[in-house]
Ligand binder design. Structure first.
Ligand code: PHE
Length: 522
């Protein structure tokens, strides 16, 4: 109200430090008063009743010690006050003085009081030499405390600062002018037109709060893509851009035959153990796989063939038909490759749509059409492993997998292809390390240099599928198939800087982290 009334009278307030708050004699020069004034200015500004500009000043404020002196007097004055006047009582010795005024005040005050001629020695004690004193330090500090400055100027202020009784603080003051909705009434503008206002007629004279079209609305609550799905989409786009077709991967349940046997994984392989693979209890077993193919697979395992000596270990039909949760999407790749070789096996294929195959072969069509069509296939889907769960392992995760089938492919093709693929994922430096998979030969682990971690990390596994896998399917001898796989979680965690998988997947994931996750850019 003071601000509005002053503006009404003078149309401008040049310096808010000059305002005199009703009931107070001194102007509101202190920073405490300016802060209260700023609150009022902002509230009036939001109603467009005023405009203001702020200015900065360095003002002087009392330190805690300065405050105490302003209140109780300087150390020397306190020492003086504690002593009897010379000739009017017995002198106070140093020990007694400390008891009376405290160690600190006795120590500092005694010397100063001496120098000023306020006190003197009598025997081994002290007495007052004069009956009255003027405590200039106290008066100076009181003045600084209330006005933020001192009449006698900067030299004295600098001295008080040196004595650590005063410090400088940034302060503000303001100039104020009338705003577009200036009025002297601080009645809060109405925000609603009510029935009461209409019936009483008060609506005619009321002031109304302006509608704020710029205000941000409350955030709407919509669906949000999980970071895994965002990264999956990006990787899917890389595949599509490179001419790959997506494999159907909807069956989480596979048989031991398709998950392992068809891939030439020996029936005694540790990956097939209960500790590593989840088996189904009901139903326990799959239907019998296609008889001829099954025979060729079991034979290559037990006795060899296609240039291989096989594993020469007993074959178990029971093991082959066990139902399980697929441990890798290579089970789906096996289904697709088997389907791709159908024409090579001489089967009549109705679906000639070419959805999954490519017309032109790398090496050109052979003179006699043996039915083979090159293909580039990919999948990104869920797999299951009976893992001990920790910060980086869950019992289910997603695999990204690709296969390329063509005549006469070489290891160099696979190396080159991997470089291009991982470059597209934003991984520039890749390295390959010889590895072992039962279904590929040669096999290579893929390592990427991680600039943030400053080391090489394993990002995938790859290889050229073995003849023991491809030839029983019916592929011609010169057809080579590359395959590789990586997890979807690993690049996602790196992208989003997540180091515990439980903050990405599962019941402990905060919904906000999903809603606020940025879209990724490879
Ligand atoms: N199946 C492999 C894995 O689970 C990945 C892979 C796929 C390797 C195809 C070679 C060929 O790690």
């Amino acid at each position: 109200q003071l601000i509005l009334d002053t503006l009404d009278k003078h149309s401008k307030i040049h310096d808010t430090r000059q305002l005199i708050i009703p009931g107070q004699q001194e102007p509101a020069a202190s920073q405490d008063a300016q802060i209260i004034i700023l609150g009022a200015l902002n509230s009036l500004l939001s109603r467009e009743m005023i405009l203001y500009e702020s200015h900065e000043v360095l003002s002087n404020v009392l330190t805690p010690e300065g405050e105490q002196i302003a209140k109780d007097g300087s150390h020397e004055a306190r020492v003086w006050a504690a002593l009897p006047l010379k000739g009017e009582g017995s002198a106070v010795n140093a020990v007694q003085l400390k008891k009376l005024v405290g160690d600190e005040t006795a120590k500092v005050g005694q010397g100063r009081a001496f120098k000023s001629g306020w006190i003197g020695k009598e025997g081994d004690g002290f007495v007052k030499l004069i009956p009255t004193i003027t405590d200039a330090t106290q008066l100076d500090l009181q003045e600084v405390g209330s006005s933020g400055t001192h009449k006698s100027g900067e030299k004295l202020l600098a001295d008080l600062r040196k004595r650590k009784l005063v410090t400088q603080k940034k302060g503000q003051w303001f100039t104020v002018t009338k705003g577009s909705s200036f009025s002297t009434s601080t009645a809060k503008p109405e925000t609603d037109l009510t029935v009461e206002m209409l019936t009483s007629g008060s609506w005619k004279t009321s002031t109304y709060k302006k509608y704020n079209f710029e205000a941000e609305g409350t955030p709407t609550n919509g669906g949000a893509l999980h970071p895994l799905l965002k990264v999956r989409e990006e990787i899917r786009n890389i595949f599509l851009e490179m001419g790959f077709a997506e494999m159907p991967t909807s069956s989480f349940v596979e048989s031991g035959f398709w998950c392992f046997d068809a891939l030439f994984v020996p029936q005694q392989h540790p990956a097939r153990d209960l500790q590593d693979t989840f088996y189904l209890s009901d139903p326990k077993n799959s239907l019998h796989p296609e008889k001829e193919y099954y025979k060729r697979v079991s034979t290559v395992h037990e006795h060899g063939g296609f240039g291989s000596i096989g594993y020469r270990a007993p074959w178990s039909h029971e093991e082959s038909t066990k139902l399980l949760l697929r441990t890798h999407t290579t089970a789906s790749s096996a289904h697709m490759l088997y389907k791709l070789a159908a024409k090579c096996r001489g089967e009549k294929v109705d679906d000639e749509s070419g959805e999954y195959t490519h017309a032109g072969s790398k090496t050109g069509a052979t003179e006699q059409d043996d039915g083979f069509r090159p293909a580039k296939l990919f999948s990104i889907d869920r797999v299951f492993r009976n893992e001990t769960m920790d910060a980086t392992h869950l019992a289910e995760f997603h695999q990204v997998e690709g296969v390329v089938a063509d005549r006469g492919l070489t290891l160099a093709d696979l190396l080159g292809f991997m470089r291009v693929f991982f470059n597209k994922m934003g991984i520039e430096k890749v390295r390959f390390k010889p590895a072992y998979n039962p279904y590929t030969e040669p096999s290579m682990e893929i390592f990427a240099f991680h600039p943030l971690l400053d080391r090489w990390v394993e990002v995938g596994n790859s290889g050229m599928f073995r003849p023991e896998m491809l030839e029983p399917m019916g592929f011609p001898k010169d057809v080579r198939v590359h395959g590789w796989g990586l997890s979807l979680e690993r690049p996602t965690m790196i992208r989003y800087g997540i180091n515990n998988i439980r903050t990405l997947v599962g019941h402990k994931v905060p919904i906000e982290s999903i809603e606020n996750a940025a879209a990724v850019m490879f």
